[in-house]
Design a binder for this molecule. Structure first.
Ligand code: PLP
Length: 457
C-alpha cells in the first residue's frame, strides 16, 4: 500500500467514536467498538488506514457491483457537476440525465415496465411502494385493499415504512412498528422449516402461507405482497425453485400486486438485470437502489408496471409524493455510466455463465470444511453457517453456543487473512462481492477464507 499515506489511526478512531453515531450500533459500547477506517478502493480491493489490503467480498454494503475506482464514473459525475449540479424534477421540470436514465431503465427492465419513479435510497423506494399501492387501490375504487403482506426476517430499509415492511423484531421494537396495515408471513428458509421435506415441497408449502394469510385477511383487504427475490440481509436465503412461481400464481388468483424488492438482487447480482428474471416471476413493482450506481452516488427508484400507471393516468388526481433528490442529476449520470460498464464488459453474462457458477462451485466446496455447513447461494450472492458438529444433513448439524463466539472469531480471522465477509446472528457468514471478481480472485478469496476458518476452533 505504498501509495497510501500513513495515518494516525488510533487518534482518528477515537475522533470517530466521539463524534459519529454509526447506523446499527450500540451507543453504550461506542468507545470500545472502534471502527476500521477504510481509505481506498480499487477493483475488488479496499485498504484500511493501517495499510491492510482486503478483498471486499461484501461489495461495500451489497452495492459496489462494478468494483471500486472507476474513472469513467468519476469523470461523468465531475462533468455533470459542472454542467448542472442539481435541479429538481417537481413542478413540470426535468433534466437530461433523468430523461436518459428513465429511458435506459425502461429498456433494460422486464416488458411490463415502461415507467420509473426516482428516489434517493432503497428505504425511500419502499416507502414509495406503500403509498403508491394504497393510492392505486383507492383510485381503483377498492379502498379496502390497504394491507401489505411481507415476510419475517425480510429487510426493506430503515424508514418507518421500510422497517415496518421488514421483518426484524429488533427494529419493530423501536418506534412502535409496524405501521398499520402491514403483516408478515414466514420466510422460505429450508434450513428452518424444511426438515423431512424435499426442497420443492417446502417451496410450495412456504408459498401456501401467503394464500392462507390472504384468506384469513380477506382478499378484498389485501393490496400487495412484497419480497426480496433472494432475502439478503436476512441471511442470503435462496428460495426453492417452486416458491416464486407459486407466489405469482397466488397473487394473480387474488388480484394482489406483487412487489419485488430488488435493492440487492438488481443490476446483475444474480446474472440478470433483475432477480425476478432469474427466479421466474413477473412483479408489478420493483424497488431498486445500491447496484444501479454501484454505490458511487446514492440513487434509487421504483419501476411501475403499465397496469398501475394506466389506472392512475385514467383516474387522475395528484400522487402527493416525492423527494427533493428524486432523480438527482449526479446520481443519474453515475447510474448511466455504471449501466454502460455492466453492458460493455458483459458482466451479467459472466455472472450468469462463468464467474458466478465458479463462485458457487467454490462456495459449495467450502461445505467440506469441518466447521462449515449450509453453504450456497446464487450468482454473486452466498452464505455459509458455522457448526460445532456436523451430521449427515443440514438439519442434523449442531450449532455453536453463543458463548463460543464462533462467528465473531471466524469473521475476524477471515478479515486478518484478507477478506471482508459479513456476520449474521446464528454464526452465518455472508458474501456479495463485486461482480467483476475474476476466477483468480475467487480462488484467492476462498483460499483466504479457508485460512481464516482453519485458525478458528
Ligand atoms: N431493501 C433491501 C432488500 C435492502 O437490502 C436494503 C438495504 O440493505 C434496503 C431495502 C434499504 O436500502 P437503503 O439502505 O438504501 O435505504
Amino acid at each position: 500500500m505504498s501509495n497510501i499515506e500513513q495515518l494516525p489511526t488510533t487518534k482518528l478512531q477515537h475522533q470517530d467514536a466521539n463524534a459519529h453515531l454509526h447506523p446499527f450500533a450500540d451507543y453504550r459500547l461506542k468507545q470500545q467498538q472502534i471502527s476500521q477506517i477504510i481509505v481506498k478502493g480499487d477493483g475488488v480491493y479496499v485498504w484500511d488506514s493501517e495499510g491492510h489490503c482486503m478483498i471486499d467480498a461484501m461489495a461495500g454494503l451489497w452495492c459496489t457491483n462494478v468494483g471500486y475506482g472507476r474513472k469513467s464514473i468519476a469523470d461523468a459525475v465531475h462533468k455533470q457537476m459542472l454542467q448542472l449540479s442539481f435541479y429538481n424534477t417537481f413542478f413540470h421540470t426535468t433534466h437530461l440525465p433523468a430523461i436518459e436514465l428513465a429511458t435506459k431503465l425502461v429498456e433494460i427492465s422486464p416488458a411490463q415496465f415502461n415507467h420509473v419513479f426516482f428516489v434517493g435510497s432503497g428505504s425511500e423506494g419502499n416507502d414509495t411502494i406503500v403509498r403508491l399501492v394504497r393510492h392505486y387501490w383507492n383510485q381503483k375504487e377498492q379502498p379496502g385493499r390497504q394491507i401489505i403482506i411481507s415476510r419475517q426476517n425480510a429487510y426493506h430499509g430503515s424508514t418507518m415504512a421500510g422497517a415496518s415492511l421488514g421483518g426484524w423484531p429488533s427494529m419493530h421494537k423501536q418506534g412502535g412498528l409496524p405501521i398499520p396495515g402491514i403483516v408478515h408471513i414466514g420466510q422460505p428458509s429450508y434450513l428452518e422449516g424444511g426438515q423431512g421435506k424435499s426442497v420443492e415441497e417446502f417451496g410450495l408449502e412456504a408459498a401456501s402461507w401467503l394464500e392462507n394469510k390472504i384468506r384469513e385477511l380477506g382478499p378484498e383487504n389485501v393490496a400487495a405482497f412484497i419480497g426480496e427475490p433472494v432475502q439478503g440481509a436476512g441471511g442470503v436465503i435462496v428460495p426453492p425453485s417452486t416458491y416464486w412461481p407459486e407466489i405469482q400464481r397466488i397473487c394473480d388468483k387474488y388480484g394482489i400486486l406483487l412487489v419485488a424488492d430488488e435493492v440487492i438482487c438488481g443490476f446483475g447480482r444474480l446474472g440478470t438485470w433483475f432477480g425476478c428474471e432469474a427466479l421466474g416471476f413477473r412483479p408489478d413493482l420493483i424497488t431498486f437502489a445500491k447496484g444501479v450506481t454501484s454505490g458511487y452516488v446514492p440513487l434509487g427508484g421504483v419501476l411501475v408496471a403499465d397496469r398501475i400507471v394506466d389506472t392512475l393516468a385514467e383516474t387522475g388526481g395528484e400522487f402527493n409524493h416525492g423527494f427533493t433528490y428524486s432523480g438527482h442529476p449526479i446520481g443519474c449520470v453515475a447510474a448511466l455510466e455504471n449501466i454502460r460498464i455492466l453492458e460493455q464488459e458483459n458482466i451479467l453474462n459472466q455472472v450468469k455463465n462463468e464467474t458466478g457458477p465458479y463462485f458457487q462451485q467454490k462456495l459449495t466446496a467450502l461445505n467440506a470444511h469441518p466447521l462449515v455447513g449450509n453453504s450456497g447461494g446464487i450468482g454473486f450472492l452466498g452464505g455459509f453457517n458455522l457448526y460445532k458438529h456436523k451430521g449427515s444433513t443440514v438439519h442434523d448439524h449442531i450449532p455453536f453456543s453463543t458463548s463460543d463466539n464462533a462467528g465473531n472469531l471466524a469473521r475476524a480471522n477471515i478479515l486478518a487473512s484478507g477478506v471482508i465477509v459479513r456476520l449474521m446472528p446464528g454464526d452465518r457468514l455472508l458474501m456479495s462481492p463485486p461482480l467483476t471478481l475474476t476466477r483468480k480472485e475467487i480462488d484467492d478469496t476462498f483460499n483466504k477464507i479457508t485460512q481464516g476458518l482453519d485458525k478458528t476452533y
